[in-house]
Design a protein around this ligand. Structure first.
Ligand SMILES: Cc1cc2nc3c(=O)[nH]c(=O)nc-3n(C[C@H](O)[C@H](O)[C@H](O)COP(=O)(O)OP(=O)(O)OC[C@H]3O[C@@H](n4cnc5c(N)ncnc54)[C@H](O)[C@@H]3O)c2cc1C
Length: 270
């Protein structure tokens, strides 16, 4: 990125941190040289379905921050807006959860018991497995590669189909991954395994949602469907876990109150 035309005075006034970063990490001074740039993933659009009170469809469960989808950002979160999600809706989730606890004498014990039993059984299974060759690190690398190449900045039916197939296989292979560290204390191997399990499910939901959305909108850019299609896709995508090897995809209408969807133009277009 060439910003030399801005001049040293303006750069120091408006972009001092960027100048500092480029100097510290790349040894490049943006006043005299272009700065190398590359894409990086810094946010997951979408998340657990919540209303504006951070309430999920599961009674007693609240979600806020990057794991939640309150839908304040539409199809593309612009820079720095995740702070709003964390602070505003984190506070709301806390307030709502506290209020619900004060009102109800007991949580839905059947759900709590079921989830505790499922997670305990899953943990026991992870600890008992014998090593079959696959490691958490290997599967994670393969998942990263599949998402980067097939569901990255630019997608197509072909690339997404390939990614869906790879992720489904990774999900199966995860069932045979064994922990190297079997200890009960500060077991980072276990944390990595649990995170990978969730990441594979999120990756699968993303890839299947993107495959079925035959249009381009916000950060979802399809090379085979370049235009936005409000007639068919002015909708939220809902991915449901079905206990089988692919999520079910459903849609919900978008409620538009004040601002109509506009064209995605940077630089002052209307
Ligand atoms: C490079 C980069 C730059 C960014 N820049 C900006 C910016 O300029 N402005 C801005 O507003 N936002 C920015 N963001 C986004 C912002 O940092 C995140 O959206 C925000 O930090 C999310 O906070 P969170 O608490 O919701 O989730 P996280 O910070 O991701 O916290 C989730 C925690 O849950 C833990 N966890 C995961 N699985 C489990 C499990 N099974 N059991 C227990 N714990 C678990 C994780 O280890 C983690 O500690 C940036 C992100 C990146 C990566």
């Amino acid at each position: 990125m060439d910003m030399r035309h801005l001049g040293e005075t303006l750069i120091n006034e408006r972009l001092p941190f960027v100048r500092d970063l480029a100097r510290s990490y790349m040894g490049v001074d943006m006043v005299t040289e272009p700065v190398p740039v590359r894409p990086v993933i810094h946010y997951t659009m979408g998340g657990i379905d919540t209303d504006r009170h951070a309430k999920t469809p599961l009674s007693g469960l609240y979600a806020a921050g990057e794991c939640a989808c309150i839908s304040i950002n539409g199809s593309n979160r612009l820079g720095s807006n995740s702070l709003t999600e964390c602070l505003v809706f984190g506070r709301e989730a806390g307030k709502q959860a506290a209020a619900q606890t004060a009102l109800s004498s007991s949580a839905d014990t059947s759900l709590v018991k079921e989830s505790r039993n499922t997670s305990q059984a899953g943990l026991a299974d992870l600890f008992m497995r014998e090593n079959t060759g696959d490691s958490v690190a290997q599967l994670r690398r393969e998942m990263n590669d599949a998402m980067e190449s097939g569901a990255g900045i630019y997608r197509s039916a072909e690339s997404l189909n390939e990614t869906c197939t790879t992720i489904a296989r990774l999900r199966e292979r995860f069932n045979a991954v064994a922990l190297e560290d079997k200890s009960n204390v500060y077991n980072t191997d276990l944390i990595q395994a649990l995170e990978l399990k969730s990441m594979i499910e999120v990756a699968q939901a993303m890839a299947h949602s993107a495959l079925q959305r035959c249009e381009s909108r916000g950060s979802h850019q399809r090379l085979d469907f370049c235009e936005r299609d409000d007639e068919n896709y002015l909708k939220h995508t809902l991915a449901h876990y079905q206990g089988v090897n692919a999520p079910g995809i459903d849609y919900r209408d978008v409620v538009i109150s004040k601002s109509q969807p506009g064209q995605r133009i940077y630089g002052g277009g209307t």
